[in-house]
Design a binder for this molecule. Structure first.
Ligand code: MTE
Length: 330
């Protein structure tokens, strides 16, 4: 039985308002009344400001290291928007396996051991098996991609990723003709990912793409950001990045990739099918049942900005959905 079927209210409030309210709740006797009124139980510790230094954070088991060489992003893979400050992108996170508050992942990431790491490759491919991450990546030069990330909660960031095109990885697996979808799975280990001790979602976190989405040149498997390997809270050592879809499609800490004929079961869609679709393409015209998707707050900005169809990547990806009803297939 799940205890929290939906993204909690604190996750969809404007980040600035949320941060101020947490401060208020922590320091005021009103906390009890607010909880009684149905607000989610808020953790009473931790850093509330994106990027605030965490003097008490233990050393990570696998500390980030510099990545080189990395091919700089060509213009078509380089968002023009200013980058989100690194400290914000690494301290304001969604990674429910490490807790449901935005600062929980940075606090808990030190528990995650990312070396050694292996990935199980299964389904409709020439040679299914388990492969060490470094062997999976060895044939692929690292590339930089500067992408907008739009969370379904209506906040956004601009992040310089380092990774490899997922399509290149898939081609080397020699997919068979029945491979129509790709399914991904996150590590299942409640000792390293303590949020899995609560049934917030049906663990492990799972996501999926249609094959043509997976092969699209914008879709990458990321291993780093800001020139360094990924920190645990951002999905070390391997995560998906699909910039025209809501952030929940970009699954973190991947241990399984399966090519299959059927549409994969995905964690948020399974949890609340009326709220989180399989496609999850960013679409300002289709509201979430509990909030509008027309605007978003870029982390670091005060004013909201309009959300763009396909998160601004429509020219590159709209053709994938020609003839589909994107209100039904949300
Ligand atoms: N992957 C896993 N395994 N667990 C999660 O809770 N959250 C998703 C996605 N990938 C999530 C996940 C959501 S809702 C978003 S918005 C992005 O990760 C956030 O990525 P970031 O923390 O690197 O900004």
């Amino acid at each position: 039985m799940r205890t929290v079927p939906n993204l909690p209210e604190n996750q969809v409030t404007d980040p600035a308002v949320y941060l101020r309210r947490r401060e208020f709740l922590r320091t005021s006797a009103a906390a009890g009344a607010a909880l009684a009124a149905g607000l989610p139980a808020l953790a009473a510790c931790g850093s509330e400001n994106p990027g605030e230094a965490r003097a008490d954070a233990p050393e990570p088991k696998s500390p980030p290291r510099a990545l080189a060489p990395v091919t700089p992003a060509p213009a078509r893979f380089r968002a023009e928007d200013p980058l989100t400050p690194e400290k914000d992108a690494k301290s304001y996170n969604n990674f429910y396996e490490m807790g449901t508050d935005k600062d929980d992942p940075a606090r808990n990431a030190h528990r995650l051991r990312t070396e050694p790491w292996s990935v199980s490759l299964t389904g409709e491919i020439a040679k299914p098996g388990v492969i060490a991450l470094e062997d999976l990546l060895r044939p692929h030069p690292l590339e930089e991609r500067i992408y907008r990330l739009r969370c379904v909660e209506a906040w956004s960031m601009v992040i310089p990723w380092v990774g490899v095109p997922l399509g290149d990885v898939i081609r080397r697996l020699n997919p068979g003709s029945k491979a129509r979808y790709v399914a991904f799975e996150t590590l299942l280990d409640p000792e390293q990912l303590p949020g899995q001790k609560r049934r917030v979602l049906d663990w492990p976190y799972r996501e999926g793409l249609r094959m043509d989405e997976a092969m699209h040149p914008l879709t990458i498997l990321a291993v780093g950001m800001y020139g360094q390997s990924l920190p645990g809270q951002n999905g070390a050592p391997l995560r998906l990045v699909v910039p025209w879809k809501y952030g929940f499609k970009s699954i973190k800490s991947i241990v399984g990739i399966r090519l299959q004929a059927e549409e994969p079961v995905t964690a948020w869609n399974q949890s609340a099918p009326g709220e989180y679709g399989f496609y999850a393409n960013v679409n300002p015209e289709v509201s979430h049942p509990r909030w509008s998707q027309a605007r978003e707050r870029r982390i670091g900005d005060w004013r909201k900005r309009p959300t763009l169809p396909f998160n601004g990547y429509g020219e590159q990806v709209a053709a994938l959905y020609a003839g589909m009803d994107l209100r039904r297939n949300f």
